[in-house]
Design a protein around this ligand. Structure first.
Ligand SMILES: [Zn+2]
Length: 449
């Protein structure tokens, strides 16, 4: 009986409300950071209808609308992590959403069969189970015995399923043709050698050139994994302009004019992944895993996996010492290894290169969702402005994913993937963690309690 009363009640309420209510809801009187890099606008009403941003204005909101009061709050587009791996997406996806990451880009991995990719894409398309939208590359194209099969031992690596070994240049034509039929953003090509020792040669230049040539024929992009300046040059020579790591590259803007000009002329998109450095030195800073937002979301196993073991601490010290031997930084610290890299990233950004946020989440101490906020903090630590950092995780990321017509900014007509914050991220990028509400497809997402 109660159920019938409830139905009648809903019917009456529905009847009295629906004729005059034009929108699903409106976030009223909010401070808007729209992701384009334009200045913050205040007292804005953002109207949502059928999952999209239907209208933005500053006039008084009709009392008939469902209002989410945005007074003293900050609205920005949903964030992208443009370099993330997940072996168990069912566990990892709610964490991305919890931290306002509404889109991810997965550049391969040992679990990434076509079936696994499809499952991820499908869960990313719905909005009732918390999950980000999923963009991804093909499986890695590599030389047998090289990274990542060599470095990340797993029984899941299987030629033709989770990785493609390039045996000769003749095989490349049909392989690229086949892979181009997949639902991918492009081909993942790994040039990196070894890493050494023992020495494993880099992917030969003729293989890289052939993959790019065939990809062009099939109208497919190439996303490249490089780990130093030599590999950067090889990729540029082949005409590749999507780079999925920054780590390992050290640009000399004075003496490398030719290469720098090449980058500026090549419509490059480049993912930052500074979190690779930070995650490697986590064992030297066990206090980092004690932050409340980490404790509350990640299992003890994820937070402490060998964190305090001697060998992990030794590995971390050795990693830091590379910056002393290879880059001449005296007594390297997180701050110093960031400032010399962010200087390059900032210069590229200021010269119009499409710099994009990405973390390499899924590696140890590189936490799904949270690490994107750490990535932003590292860029701020190295001297970048919050507004530019936000643009790299929204507009620029959507541009790299070829989805700028639908995502990446808060503009009329676009899909309503948005994050509402309690504090101003332009004052300190740490405030991107003051998340009040996450919207995907204009629907409030369940965050982890
Ligand atoms: Zn990766």
């Amino acid at each position: 009986m109660k159920y019938i009363y409830l139905l009648i009640f809903i019917y009456i309420v529905g009847c009295t409300e629906s004729p005059s209510k034009k929108y699903d809801f409106v976030i009223s009187n909010v401070h808007l950071i729209d992701g384009t890099g334009n200045a913050l606008k205040s007292n804005v009403n953002v109207y949502i209808k059928d999952g999209r941003i239907a209208l933005m204005d500053k006039t008084e909101v009709s009392k008939k609308e469902t209002i989410i009061d945005g007074t003293d709050k900050y609205l920005m587009p949903g964030l992208f992590d443009c370099h993330a791996h997940t072996g168990t997406f069912q566990i990892d996806f709610p964490k991305f959403i919890h931290f306002g990451v509404t889109s991810i880009f997965v550049p391969g991995g040992s679990t990434c069969t076509n079936e696994y990719y499809k499952e991820m894409r499908e869960i990313g398309k719905q909005d009732s189970i918390p999950a980000p939208r999923v963009f991804h590359t093909s499986q890695h194209f590599i030389m047998e015995g090289s990274h990542p099969v060599r470095t990340y031992a797993s029984s899941n690596w299987e030629d033709g399923k989770t990785v493609f070994y390039l045996n000769d240049t003749l095989q490349i034509e049909s392989l690229v043709k086949e892979v181009s039929q997949y639902d991918i953003q492009g081909i993942k090509l790994t040039i990196e050698d070894g890493p050494m020792p023992p020495p494993i040669p880099r992917m030969p230049q003729e293989f890289i050139n052939k993959v790019v040539k065939e990809a062009e024929k099939n109208n497919t992009k190439v996303f490249v994994h490089i780990s130093d300046n030599i590999e950067l040059r090889m990729a540029l020579e082949a005409g590749i302009n999507n780079f999925i790591h920054f780590t390992g590259v050290n640009l000399d803007f004075q003496n490398d004019r030719e290469m720098i000009e090449d980058i500026y002329q090549s419509d490059v998109s480049w993912v930052t992944t500074l979190m690779i450095d930070k995650s490697f030195i986590y064992p030297l800073h066990p206090e980092w895993v004690s932050q409340t937002e980490i404790i509350n979301i990640y299992s003890a196993e994820e937070r402490f996996s060998n964190l305090t073991s001697e060998s992990e601490i030794e590995k971390a010290k050795k990693y830091l010492s590379f910056f002393e031997t290879d880059y001449g930084l005296k007594d390297p610290t997180l701050e110093s290894i960031m400032s010399f890299q962010v200087e390059d990233i900032k210069t590229l950004f200021e010269n119009g290169v499409n710099m994009v946020l990405g973390t390499d989440a899924g590696n140890t101490y590189n936490f799904h969702g949270h690490s994107l906020h750490e990535e932003m903090q590292l860029l701020e630590l190295g001297g970048m402005k919050p507004m530019d950092i936000i643009k790299m995780g929204t507009y620029n990321a959507a541009k790299m994913m070829d989805t700028l017509d639908e995502l990446g900014t808060i503009e009329q007509g676009k899909i309503a993937d948005m994050v509402l914050l309690d504090k101003n991220p332009l004052e300190s990028i740490k405030n991107t963690l003051s998340i009040n509400t996450v919207f995907k497809n204009g629907i409030i997402q369940q965050r982890i309690e």
